[in-house]
Design a protein around this ligand. Structure first.
Ligand code: ZN
Length: 258
């Protein structure tokens, strides 16, 4: 599997071999160095942005099961605009879900958080700031940010989240260290809805329902109107296909709170 440590060792070995050749057998062509740099940069960029690779840190992206179960998750809330409507739909259809909350929004909406918890949904940490440059923070600054989100969630529901979903789904060595030090379990997804981008309901439904497999984890955002609009149809279609929608921590068999 493509992992950061493997790549690091491979490229260090390639660099050493090139250096030996350079000094023993004459200069190595500049394009060899350039190709190594380009390949390394491309692999690191791929590893950082594709959460399903678990490249820098272990990530749970889907359940290992043959049972027809799936889990739904929502990021970036709680938002006064759409989270209550999503909760109404989930309650009406008796569907449990996971909400990866941004800490400062949780601090602004403790009542919504209490409602999420009271209605049987699980709450995870999605950083406090969801800062655009979060991935350039030092490990200590990342962990401080994540702990602020923990505190906002704990203030509302009395439980400290253990599940963490990286902002933007981006991982790197600094975040891997912060996750390790904080004792979090990193949770990704296997079906990305692109609900923040797509504008047409049928297009969004087609995209997420195209190929659903046992154990899949759906990523939505409770900050998008289109997500509210497609949710009833999504639930109905999944059930028509024979799938049960379960809570992510139950499906992955992991503790949700510390
Ligand atoms: Zn997010």
């Amino acid at each position: 599997m493509l992992k950061f440590n493997t790549i690091r060792i491979l490229f260090a070995a390639a660099f050493c071999i090139a250096m030996v050749v350079h000094f023993m057998d004459g200069p190595v062509h500049w394009w060899v160095w350039m190709m190594m740099l380009v390949c390394l940069t491309a692999i690191l960029a791929w590893g950082a942005t594709d959460i399903s690779l678990s490249f820098f840190t272990p990530v749970l992206n889907k359940g290992v099961t043959r049972d027809k179960v799936v889990a739904i998750s929502f990021d970036d809330g709680p938002a006064e605009a759409y989270t209550p409507e999503i909760l109404d739909i989930l309650q009406q259809h008796q569907v449990p879900a996971a909400f990866f909350c941004i800490g400062y929004r949780a601090a602004e909406n403790p009542e919504l958080l209490k409602r999420l918890h009271a209605e049987g949904h699980v709450i995870g940490n999605h950083s406090n700031s969801h800062h655009f440059w979060f991935d350039l923070f030092t490990p200590a600054k990342m962990l401080y940010d994540m702990r602020l989100a923990d505190a906002a969630i704990e203030n509302a529901i009395g439980l400290q989240p253990k599940l963490f979903r990286p902002p933007y789904g981006v991982t790197n060595p600094s975040l891997a260290k912060a996750i390790r030090q904080g004792g979090y379990t990193t949770v990704g997804w296997s079906i990305r809805s692109l609900d923040t981008v797509l504008k047409k309901e049928d297009e969004l439904l087609r995209r997420v329902l195209y190929k659903v497999n046992p154990g899949d984890v759906f990523l939505f955002h409770d900050t998008c109107r289109i997500t509210v609009q497609i949710l009833p149809e999504l639930i109905k279609t999944l059930r028509d296909k024979g799938f049960s929608i379960v809570r992510i921590d139950k499906m992955l068999n992991i503790p949700a709170y510390a």
